[in-house]
Design a protein around this ligand. Structure first.
Ligand SMILES: Cc1ncc(C[n+]2csc(CCOP(=O)(O)OP(=O)(O)O)c2C)c(N)n1
Ligand SMILES: CC(=O)[C@@H](O)[C@H](O)COP(=O)(O)O
Ligand SMILES: [Mg+2]
Length: 630
């Protein structure tokens, strides 16, 4: 079947058995081929082909609502809802989004990217339905990894209490990005091996229906039914929360899926259908992926499964951090690393192999990870929370209430800070400068390159006056020599990279090469900028700012972070507080909107964070200074 001709899932109503199997086959082939070129979440999507087919066959999307948790597994849903023809643009600038996107299709009723939000959203939609007295069906599809997210457990608790009609499909493939972790994972393990509780329950119910109502025999029979439940299945975890548990269901059997989901639709109240799938099904390298390399690969060669990696200019920033932590951990046994399910993404496998009892993958639980780190710090340990910038947003209150307020020695290795590119607006790490720098006691550092990064990580582990964050971008360093010996950076000091006189460009991290490139052009046009590595975002280098404004040198700040409340705002505030109200200061950074998916270079161009943008801005400023001068 030509998938690109699909406009709407209604055609599925006419297909049965074999035709659906064939369709599943062609979808798998399509995914493997397309993603080999674009990169994307291959493993998760190969695991939900039959499930997505059955859901779109049985329900009437978009009237019935599908809510995909994380949403990285919604490619099949996108194929069936008329977007197969766009897969050559997957995750590219102005192309198909890698996650559900309401502006893309009426079938995308909920946007995701961050984990564990589907059940809360489903509860909201079910509540709205009941208040409006409409009759659409609400189906949340959540993975076993996402289920370890605190929000999901909060929602399970509330949904079970309210007893609204909604269906939760638990897509259990025993994997988060890496193998899933936690006690809940073990509960699911027991469920996977349990028998077909539903059938036994039905047979038993038909038996006790024959018992005359009332009387001792009937009440004994009822009690017996509950014992049966306890005996036969530990799906009791969900049943005790008020859900009807159905499963385990073979997630690659169209027949089994159809039977159980039909049964779920007839069941009153919340139903959890426990579906067993294989991540990467249908593509050997992904099927046998033990650690998560096929969770979200870049382009690859289909035949060999070899990844097609772009030439890297330097070592991965994540790798520099994890290797530095290993070096420090060898000397300091207080050092403990926590990660909320991103061991592979932050390249912590090596640390875990060397220090198996000092690396904790806590599951998709950023709030818990942050406060656990705080707990460790109260006991004189040296916790390092390795966490993506965008996922740190989940733990804002823990940062404020548990870490900063108690002024605890927690190190935050903030990975993927700045634009991440193809994962788009849900994953851009552009808010952490703004939400970290305003927290009392917090120190925020940002290196100019991979060599300074290793020194900053070392500095952070040696810092004992409270919380400290070192933020660094996704990807590889710029290719500078790495010092053999780790050395401390002086916190609160900046580095003059290029002397000048007409304007001072205070550049943070990835903006430094952009500023240096602009400087080359500016000099040719008679302007001599000072280029400064503003490597300490908090505290600022107050001496250097004071010197610049006293000399009435215009200041341009540059950051790959949101302008409002970011680094530039901090400089503005400081200069204002100095009373230097005639200083000429301008700020460049991420504008007041969400930045969608695309290559980082393309996105920087879109928002004018380029050498040309700097030059333009500087010439807008220089006349201001001359005006001021007369
Ligand atoms: C709040 C948050 N933390 C971490 C992630 C990174 N992440 C994306 S998918 C994933 C694993 C999800 O596992 P599961 O729900 O089981 O889905 P599967 O990939 O197995 O289909 C993680 C940790 C995220 N998207 N959101
Ligand atoms: C869906 C999700 O949140 C993760 O898979 C994320 O896409 C990983 O990002 P990196 O590729 O930067 O590790
Ligand atoms: Mg999973």
């Amino acid at each position: 079947m030509n998938l690109e001709s699909i406009e709407d899932p209604k055609f599925l109503k006419e297909l049965e058995g074999e035709q659906l199997e064939e369709l599943a086959e062609s979808i798998r082939t399509f995914l493997i081929e397309k993603i080999s070129k674009t990169g994307g979440h291959l493993g998760p999507n190969l695991g939900v082909v039959e499930l997505t087919l059955v859901l779109h066959k049985l329900f009437e999307s978009p009237k019935d609502k599908f809510i995909w948790d994380v949403g990285h597994q919604a490619y099949v849903h996108k194929i069936l809802t008329g977007r197969a023809d766009k897969f050559d643009t997957l995750k590219q600038y102005q192309g198909l989004c890698g996650f559900p996107k309401r502006s893309e299709s009426e079938h995308d009723v909920w946007e995701t990217g961050h984990s564990s939000t589907s059940l809360s959203a489903a509860m909201g939609m079910a509540t709205a339905r009941d208040l409006k007295k409409t009759d659409e069906e609400i189906v949340a599809i959540i993975g076993d990894g996402a289920l370890t997210g605190g929000m999901a457990l909060e929602a399970l608790n509330h949904i079970g209490h309210e007893q609204k009609d909604l269906i939760v499909i638990l897509n259990d493939n025993e994997m988060s990005i890496a193998p899933n972790v936690g006690a809940l994972h073990n509960v699911l393990g027991r469920l996977r091996t349990a028998g077909k509780y539903k059938r036994v329950k039905e047979e038993f119910e038909s038996l006790i229906k024959k018992v005359p109502a009332g009387g001792r025999l009937a009440s004994t029979a009822e009690r017996l039914k509950d014992c049966l439940k306890y005996m036969l299945v530990s799906g009791i975890f969900f049943e005790e929360l008020g859900f009807t548990y159905l499963g385990p269901v073979d997630g690659h059997s169209i027949e089994d899926l159809t039977e159980n989901i039909k049964y779920a639709r007839k069941t009153k109240g919340p139903v959890l259908v426990h579906v067993l799938t294989q991540k990467g099904k249908g593509y050997k390298p992904a099927e046998t992926d033990a650690i998560g390399t096929w969770h979200g690969p870049g382009p690859y060669k289909i035949e060999s499964g070899d990844f097609i990696k772009p030439a890297a200019s330097g070592p991965s920033y994540s790798k520099v951090v994890s290797e530095t932590l290993r070096t420090v951990a060898r000397k300091d046994e207080r050092l403990v690393v926590l990660t909320p399910a991103m061991t592979v993404g932050s390249k912590l496998e090596g640390f875990g192999e060397e220090f198996p009892d000092r690396l904790y993958d806590v599951g998709i639980a950023e709030q818990h990870a942050t406060t656990m780190a705080a707990g460790l710090a109260t006991q004189e340990m040296k916790p390092v929370l390795s966490i993506y910038s965008t996922f740190l947003q989940r733990a804002y209150d823990q940062l404020v209430h548990d870490v900063c307020r108690q002024n605890l020695n927690v190190v935050f290795a903030v990975d993927r800070s700045g634009l991440v590119g193809s994962d788009g607006e849900t994953h851009q790490g552009v808010f952490d400068i703004a939400f970290l720098r305003h927290l009392p006691n917090m120190v925020v550092l940002n290196p100019k390159d991979e060599n300074e990064l290793q020194h900053m990580v070392y500095t952070a582990t040696e810092y004992n006056e409270g919380p400290i964050a070192v933020r660094f971008p996704r990807g590889s360093g710029i290719g500078v020599p790495m010092d053999e010996e780790l050395q401390k950076i002086e916190i609160g000091t900046w580095e003059v990279l290029k002397e000048g006189k007409d304007v001072a460009i205070l550049a943070v991290g990835t903006m430094i090469p952009v500023a240096m490139k602009a400087a080359e052009q500016l000099i040719k046009q008679g302007v001599s900028p000072i280029i400064i590595n503003a490597r300490s975002i908090k505290p600022l280098d107050h001496g250097m700012i004071t010197e610049l404004v006293t000399k009435q040198i215009p200041i341009l700040t540059m950051e790959e972070g949101i302008i409002q409340g970011g680094f530039g705002s901090a400089v503005l505030e400081f200069v204002h507080d100095l009373g230097m109200h005639d200083a000429v200061i301008d700020r460049m950074g991420i504008p007041d909107r969400f930045i969608e998916h695309g290559s980082v270079s393309k996105l920087l161009e879109e928002i004018n964070l380029t050498p040309e943008g700097v030059i333009e801005r500087v010439f807008e400023m220089i006349p201001k200074k001359q005006q001021r001068a007369y």
